[in-house]
Design a protein around this ligand. Structure first.
Ligand code: CDP
Length: 131
């Protein structure tokens, strides 16, 4: 059976990357992540990401490019990440998060990212610096 997938977005706007602080579960609360969630049956990764960012942040967003690679979360579950452009709305922490921060490339090390998000964050920051 193929792995289940969690999709997440490196949301970039004005040269900054959006970081979201998890409010649950207790073992992850306070750590920072790229917002996203589980891909549901019948959805593409991009569709799942658009839905998750709408639910969690209240924004319309457009997945741009998949960041190559996937990262294991636990047996049978992997993380995939896309760069994302904001189409409309201002992100607010509606679900799963209690704080959002827009970070410049030089600020991305100032928050405690989930370990599994770090490679994709590094790649997103590399692309931000080049843009
Ligand atoms: O909301 P939903 O149940 O769809 O997903 P979630 O609880 O936000 O994420 C499911 C799992 O993916 C959790 O164990 C998160 O820790 C993990 N995750 C992650 O490691 N990195 C992210 N950027 C997003 C989620």
């Amino acid at each position: 059976m193929s792995d289940s997938v969690v999709v997440a977005g490196a949301v970039c706007d004005g040269g900054r990357l959006l970081a979201a602080r998890r409010s649950a579960p207790p073992e992850l609360a306070g750590r920072w992540e790229l917002p996203g969630g589980k891909q549901e049956p019948g959805e593409s990764g991009e569709q799942a990401l658009v839905r998750e960012l709408r639910e969690e942040l209240g924004v319309e967003a457009e997945p741009r490019e998949r960041i190559p690679g996937e990262w294991p979360l636990k047996p049978g579950l992997v993380l995939r990440v896309w760069t994302v452009r904001l189409v409309s709305g201002v992100p607010s922490p509606l679900e799963d998060h209690d704080e959002l921060r827009w970070l410049t490339p030089d600020e991305t090390d100032t928050v405690d990212w989930l370990d599994q998000d770090r490679p994709a964050v590094a790649e997103a920051v590399r692309r931000l610096r080049e843009a």
